[in-house]
Design a protein around this ligand. Structure first.
Ligand code: AMP
Ligand code: MG
Length: 415
């Protein structure tokens, strides 16, 4: 713990972000079911079995440059003038290189047998059917060797890898056309609250629009989940219980927004307890704090606070890594954290770690500064739209303007 945290008055009874995340990830069971897909439908999916190369890459010795393939023994200290005996474009293997001649060759074309270097065209001068080679190259110059990048049979991608465009390209480059991936995670979600109305309808007295369904749905789709949205659920124990049962029936995971506090109108806890088991954690995080985690039968359940910003941050910090593990991702799940200067001071230490809506701005020297959204309210979704990420402000810390803190770009939190 850093020195600045030692001054906290009493040990906090809340769970730290790390404790909550560890508890959650302990319970994330990767899906076992897989499917085989052609590469062009596998973007964003997670490999269930590793990929091995079917070929050497490069498959044969080839030229790294446009130039002339030569036998070094034919050249003096400053090169030589040689007849051009053949022309070898990419995709057209030539014959063996006759001694005392050069072959015109292009990038990626197979090296002719007998050649031991390629001289780039910039140091050569063509003279009709002859060429002046302007240097004596080192052996192997400008040659890409067979198997230099990848050996046939080598494992190029591990199980548990997410397939981004570059992974798809790599699989294709080793001759693989289909991949076995984990099937899509099915996630059912609903939003609790008697005050909620669907966008597109008119608001009645006391009503607000159900935005969380769409934020959550989008977050889930961005992670490649199949989303089943069950809509708005009344604030009663019966309706909440029925919604949970329905949600769990067809899904691998159930997410709910709202109703996870312990007020009279919050029915998620007793409803989940009727159907299975539930932990309601209080986490030392802001926005956020309460997070419900449990099981309805065998189906895991995560309930987030209804405040739109709390929901967003809670999803990024906790639900996202849980989902990634269920999807079979095996590597580290920590979001990218980039150090940058705070464009604000933090004079008063807080007990709960703060994830403040922030974005990066550049000063005239090109240095990145973290700017904060002016309001800390967890009800203003426009702040998340304004932001480019979250500034992580550790519990118990104070700092001056200009000190370096960590910035978590949304790119790392939403992927
Ligand atoms: P709750 O967690 O149910 O106590 O809700 C906390 C706050 O979030 C209240 O102001 C709710 O009106 C608001 N809220 C709850 N659910 C939603 C939702 N689906 N969309 C937008 N705001 C919501
Ligand atoms: Mg509510």
């Amino acid at each position: 713990m850093s020195a600045c945290c030692d001054s906290l008055p009493t040990p906090s009874p809340l769970k730290t972000v790390e404790q909550a995340l560890a508890l959650l990830l302990e319970q994330a069971r990767p899906l076992g079911d897989t499917e085989t897909l052609p590469l062009d439908r596998a973007l964003g999916r997670v490999l269930a079995t590793p990929i091995h190369s079917r070929v050497d890459v490069a498959p044969w010795d080839n030229s790294a440059m446009d130039g002339y393939a030569v036998r070094i023994a034919d050249l003096g200290e400053t090169g030589a003038t040689l007849p051009v005996s053949q022309r070898i474009p990419a995709g057209a293997p030539g014959g063996p290189l006759a001694a005392g001649t050069a072959a015109r060759i292009f990038t990626g074309a197979p090296l002719p047998e007998g050649a031991d270097a390629v001289v780039m065209q910039e140091v050569c001068e063509r003279q009709g059917d002859r060429v002046r080679i302007g240097e004596r190259p080192r052996p192997g110059a400008n040659i890409r060797r067979r198997g230099e990048d990848i050996r046939s049979g080598e494992r190029v991608l591990e199980a548990g890898t997410r397939l981004l465009p570059q992974q798809l390209g790599l699989a294709a480059s080793v001759g693989v056309a289909e991949v076995e991936v984990v099937r899509r995670l099915r996630v059912a979600l609903f939003a609790s609250g008697d005050e909620l109305a669907m966008p597109g309808s008119d608001l009645g007295p006391g009503q607000i629009y159900n935005s969380n369904q769409f934020t959550l749905g989008g977050l889930l789709q961005a992670l490649g989940c199949e989303v089943q949205a069950l809509g708005i659920v009344e604030d009663t124990l019966e309706a909440t219980t029925a919604a949970l049962e329905r949600a769990a029936a067809g899904a691998d995971l159930v997410l709910a927004s709202g109703g996870v506090s312990v007020g009279e109108e919050d029915h998620v806890k007793p409803a989940v307890e009727r159907l299975g088991r539930l932990d309601l954690w209080r986490i030392a995080v802001r926005p956020g704090k309460p997070l419900a985690f449990g099981h309805i039968g065998e189906t895991p359940f995560i309930g987030s606070p209804g405040n739109p910003v709390s929901l967003f941050v809670t999803f990024c910090l906790f639900a996202r890594p849980f989902i990634r593990r269920m999807q079979g991702v095996s590597g580290p799940l920590d979001p990218l954290r980039v150090p940058a200067r705070a464009a604000f001071a933090w004079p008063k230490a807080v007990k709960r770690r703060e994830y403040a809506r922030a974005r990066l701005g550049l000063d005239d020297r090109g240095e990145a500064w973290i700017e904060l959204y002016p309001s800390r309210s967890s009800a203003v979704l426009s702040s998340v739209v304004w932001a480019g990420g979250l500034a992580e402000i550790p519990e118990g810390c104070t700092f001056e303007r200009g000190e370096r803190i960590l910035f978590l770009p949304f790119e790392g939190l939403l992927a």
